[in-house]
Design a protein around this ligand. Structure first.
Ligand code: UTP
Length: 412
C-alpha cells in the first residue's frame, strides 16, 4: 500500500467513511489516483459540521430584522431620472459594465436534459440565446462590448462551452465570452455518509450560487475585468429570460449612491408570495427568505399602504469590483438542500431514487450582502424584467415564462 493510500484509509476510518474506497481495488491505476485525490480534497470536519447542521432547526429569532430603504424609480422626478440615466449611460459607454450569468445550477426541477441555458423556451430560441440578445442590444446601443462571464459547473461546463461554439457565440464574439467553473462539495446521505457516484467516485454537487465569489477569485476574473476597464458587474441567473443587465438608471444610481452592491427588487404580488425579500438584518443589508418571515411581518404595511417587507429578491444584483474584493475575505455559510441523487450503495448497486434522499450544500449569493455596509435597492417592473423558468409545469414554468416573454415583446 502506498503512502497516500495509507493516509487516506486512516482519515476515512477516523470519520467512518471507509465505504468511499468500495470500488478502489477494481479501478485502473489512473482512477485509483483520481479517487485518492478526490478524498484528500475533502474537508471531513466541514462535512461533519454540515451534517450536524442538517439536524438543527433554522434559527431566525435571534436576528434583528428591519425594513430596508429602497428607491422606487417610478417615483423619481424627471430631472432625477435623467441625471441617473446620464451617469449610467456614460459608465456603460466607457466599458465599465460587465455581466455574469450564473449557470452552474442543476436545474433538477425543470428536468431538461442538458444545461438549463440550452433549454428552448420559444419556438427557436434557448435561454442563453434570449439573454444574449438583450446583451447584444445593450452593447449595440452604447457601442461597447460588455464582457459576458458564464459560471458553469463541472457537470455542465463542457456541454455549455460546446453549445456556444456550435452556435458561434450567437455572433457576440468568442473573445467577449468567458466560461468559469464554480466549486463543488460532496453530497451526503441521511446517515452522514458521503455518497459515491455511479462510477465509484465521490459524488459532488455545485456549491450554490454563493460559490460565485470563490470561483471568480480562483479563476482570476477580477484581473480580467480590470484589464477590460470593468468596474460594475451585473449578476443574474440563467433562468430569467427577461434579465435586463444593461440598465443605465440602475448603474447611475449605484454610482451616485457609492454602494458596493446593488439589487433590483420586484414588489411581492401578495404577502404570501414565496420569494425572499430585501431587509436589514442586524443593521446590514440582507434577504429574509419566505420560510423565515412571520405572517405578521409579511403582512405589515407602511403609511402608504406598501408592504414593509415587499421588495422581492430574484437574483438581479450588481457588484462594484471593490465589493467583490471585499468579499474575498469572507466565507459564506452553507445551507443544506434535500435532493434526489443517484448514487452507488454499499453493495455496489446504482440507486435511482424517486424521492429526495441526499443533502447538497449550497451557499447563497445574498448572504454576501451583509458583509457590505450599504446596498442600493431599486424597484423594477416585474413584467419588464422577470420571467423565470424553474419548474417543468405550473408556476414559473416554460409555459408561464413564454407568455411573459411574448407579452413583453408585444408591448416593447
Ligand atoms: P436555483 O436555485 O433555482 O437552482 O438557481 P437550479 O439549480 O437552477 O434549479 P433546481 O433547484 O435544481 O431545480 C438559481 C440560479 O442560480 C444558478 C442557477 O443556474 C440559476 O441560474 N446556480 C444555482 C448556480 O449557478 N450554481 C448553483 O450551485 C446553484
Amino acid at each position: 500500500m502506498g503512502e497516500k493510500e495509507e493516509a487516506v484509509r486512516e482519515t476515512l476510518k477516523k470519520y467512518g467513511q471507509e465505504h468511499l474506497l468500495l470500488k478502489y481495488n477494481e479501478m485502473s491505476a489512473e482512477d485509483k489516483e483520481k479517487l485518492l485525490e478526490q478524498i484528500q480534497e475533502i474537508d471531513f470536519e466541514q462535512i461533519l459540521n454540515l451534517y450536524e447542521n442538517t439536524k438543527k432547526e433554522i434559527e431566525v429569532g435571534k436576528d434583528k430584522i428591519e425594513p430596508i430603504e429602497y428607491v422606487n424609480q417610478f417615483k423619481l422626478s424627471n430631472e432625477e431620472r435623467e441625471k441617473y440615466i446620464k451617469i449610467g449611460e456614460e459608465a456603460i459607454r466607457a466599458g465599465k459594465l460587465g455581466f455574469i450569468t450564473m449557470a452552474g445550477g442543476q436545474g433538477t426541477r425543470l428536468g431538461h436534459k442538458g444545461p438549463k441555458g440550452t433549454f428552448k423556451l420559444t419556438e427557436d430560441k434557448t435561454l442563453f440565446q434570449l439573454i444574449c440578445e438583450t446583451l447584444k442590444e445593450g452593447s449595440q446601443k452604447y457601442s461597447v462590448i460588455i464582457p459576458w462571464y458564464i459560471m458553469t459547473s463541472r457537470e455542465n461546463n463542457d456541454e455549455t462551452v460546446a453549445y456556444f461554439e456550435k452556435e458561434n457565440y450567437f455572433g457576440y464574439g468568442k473573445d467577449a465570452i468567458k466560461f468559469f467553473k464554480q466549486g463543488e462539495l460532496p453530497m451526503i446521505g441521511t446517515d452522514g455518509k458521503i455518497l459515491l457516484d455511479k462510477n465509484g467516485f465521490v459524488k459532488k454537487a455545485a456549491d450554490g450560487h454563493g460559490g460565485i465569489f470563490e470561483a471568480v477569485f480562483r479563476n482570476h476574473l477580477l484581473e480580467d475585468m480590470k484589464k477590460r476597464g470593468v468596474e460594475w458587474i451585473f449578476v443574474g441567473g440563467v433562468d430569467n429570460c427577461l434579465v435586463k443587465m444593461c440598465d443605465p438608471i440602475f448603474v447611475g444610481l449605484a454610482i451616485e449612491k457609492k454602494c458596493l452592491v446593488a439589487g433590483k427588487s420586484l414588489v411581492k404580488t401578495s404577502p404570501e408570495e414565496k420569494v425572499g425579500v430585501f431587509c436589514k438584518r442586524n443593521g446590514k443589508p440582507s434577504v429574509i427568505e419566505y420560510t423565515e418571515i412571520s405572517k405578521e411581518m409579511a403582512e405589515a404595511r407602511d403609511k402608504d399602504g406598501e408592504l414593509l417587507y415587499g421588495e422581492g429578491h430574484v437574483l438581479m444584483n450588481m457588484f462594484n469590483i471593490k465589493g467583490f474584493e471585499e468579499l474575498e475575505k469572507n466565507k459564506l455559510p452553507f445551507h443544506s438542500a434535500f435532493k434526489k441523487a443517484e448514487y452507488m450503495n454499499a453493495n455496489g448497486e446504482i440507486v435511482v431514487p424517486d424521492a429526495p434522499n441526499a443533502y447538497k450544500f449550497e451557499s447563497f449569493i445574498f448572504d454576501a450582502f451583509s458583509s457590505l455596509d450599504d446596498m442600493l435597492i431599486m424597484r423594477v417592473k416585474r413584467e419588464e424584467e422577470f420571467a423565470p423558468v424553474k419548474n417543468a409545469e405550473g408556476v414559473d414554468s416554460p409555459e408561464t415564462a413564454r407568455k411573459l416573454y411574448n407579452d413583453y415583446i408585444a408591448n416593447k
